[in-house]
Design a protein around this ligand. Structure first.
Ligand code: GDP
Length: 201
């Protein structure tokens, strides 16, 4: 897919206020600093469509971008566990779970994972939560330029092994580097194929 246009639409803190539109949407999410803004800028070919390296703790917003006038790219804030009083149960921030539970237009979530790290509990738990809520998702490994090829292969194998402890199969995954501008086309083609299928129905 070629990106012909990419426009900011709106930022919200509530799913109820997200655009009233029937366009398919694809959400990008991960822990803060995973490289999400850089990836979105790479995908859209815009230097600063998503803001890179904003300070942690900034207002957490659901950002909608209109791509090629026919789908929405949604930039979600970094996830973390919400503080729940009188309980040690870990839950994700409410407006993030509300987005996934309520947003009918959502076609697929892209969960970003820093390729340098060992599997982290919070990412695993978030994907588990998506699975339990039957929300389709893919994994995007980021910052792969920071690793030697052998290390990258080892980390991906390791990740797969960890995923296969809970999942029957490894979800679709993509290997990217915003610094080297690699891996974006495969993601855009994946989205384009789904959009084509949706248009046929
Ligand atoms: P976000 O908080 O998830 O939106 O992450 P950012 O896109 O702001 O990136 C966090 C930091 O990682 C910044 O210093 C980026 O320059 C750096 N970064 C992001 N993507 C890459 C990448 O592909 N390669 C390298 N080497 N650094 C990256």
């Amino acid at each position: 897919m070629k990106i012909k246009s990419a426009e900011f639409v709106v930022s919200n803190s509530k799913v109820e206020q997200c655009p009233n539109s029937s366009l398919p949407e694809y959400a990008f999410i991960g822990r803060s600093n995973v490289g999400k803004s850089s990836l979105i800028n790479m995908l859209t070919g815009r230097k600063s469509l998503a803001k890179t390296s904003a300070k942690p703790g900034k207002t957490q917003l659901i950002n909608h971008f209109l791509i090629n006038s026919n789908w929405h790219l949604v930039d979600l804030p970094g996830y973390g566990y919400a503080q729940v009083s009188k309980s040690t149960k870990k839950v994700f921030q409410k407006f993030i779970t509300a987005y996934f539970e309520q947003r009918k237009q959502l076609v697929c979530a892209f969960v970003l994972i820093d390729s340098r790290h060992q599997p982290q509990a919070i990412d695993m738990e978030f994907m588990q939560w998506l699975g339990e809520n039957t929300i389709p998702f893919c994994i995007i490994f980021t910052k792969t330029d920071k690793l030697k090829l052998k290390e990258l292969e080892k980390n991906i194998e390791n990740y797969k092994a960890e995923m296969l402890k809970t999942w029957e199969e490894m979800p679709e995954f993509f290997i990217t580097s915003a610094a080297k501008n690699t891996g974006g086309e495969a993601i855009l083609d994946y989205i384009e194929n789904i959009n084509k299928q949706l248009n046929k129905n």
